[in-house]
Design a protein around this ligand. Sequence first.
Ligand SMILES: [Fe+2]
Ligand SMILES: [Fe+2]
Length: 270
Amino acid sequence: MTTVSPTLRLIQLSDLHLVEEGKLLRKVLDTPTRMREALDQILTFKPAAVILSGDIGQRNHYVHDDAAAYFGHFQDQIGIPFIAVGGNHDPIDSVGTAFNPGKIASGPELGDTVHDVQGLRVIGLDSHGVGRHQGHLTGEQLGWLRQRLAEPAEHGTLVVTHHPPIPSTTLSQRGSGLQNADELYEVIRETDVRAILSGHYHHQIAGTLGHIPVWVSGAASYNFDLLAEDTTLTGMGDGWATVVDVYDETVTFSSLIITPREKVFSKSVG
Ligand SMILES: [Fe+2]
Ligand SMILES: [Fe+2]
């Protein structure tokens, strides 16, 4: 029987694709404003942590210093950690020492970090992929991860990696996930890892890596139209986050739309 209240509630924001203030992503989308409005909305959930699962900046836009300062402001004001990994749009080492100030350990890459969120361990892994079609984890990273997981955490572990270890729904994105997902599974299969959180695909999708749940958050910036032709990627303006509820018995993922939509009705439920 699942308890009524989660042990911990986290918010995942993925694929912000930030551009410089005053610029627009693909000439139409004000992603810095989208980010600020999203954070203002999701903080009403009083999350225990915010997870940023990569593609924080849009390729060739130099936004990481400003983004780290903005996230740092929130961490200082409300006392919750922002846990960030880089994506294929984030230049190598751009998600570096200015991010993840609350980490309790770091790994072979600057973006490899360990966090203790009230007994829940969250491990971010840099899945590389800048200028490449796929993401991957190095042997050094996997060895480090194995060491970190040797002892279980009080509430188990969530792993965050930008490239998902499951295929995309869109045919044109197949093969752009985590190249060596099988090696990751070998490392985590007999540990306390409870779920893997990813982004990158710009559409929500859930699956498993072996027996371990995998959740791919919708993007905060734009999301691909699954009704488009197989040969076309059509980006739509809806933005999404994920509410991650961690119970003793399970972990749940709820898609949270962060862009306007029409109310049909509301009624009092107690
Ligand atoms: Fe992305
Ligand atoms: Fe990506």
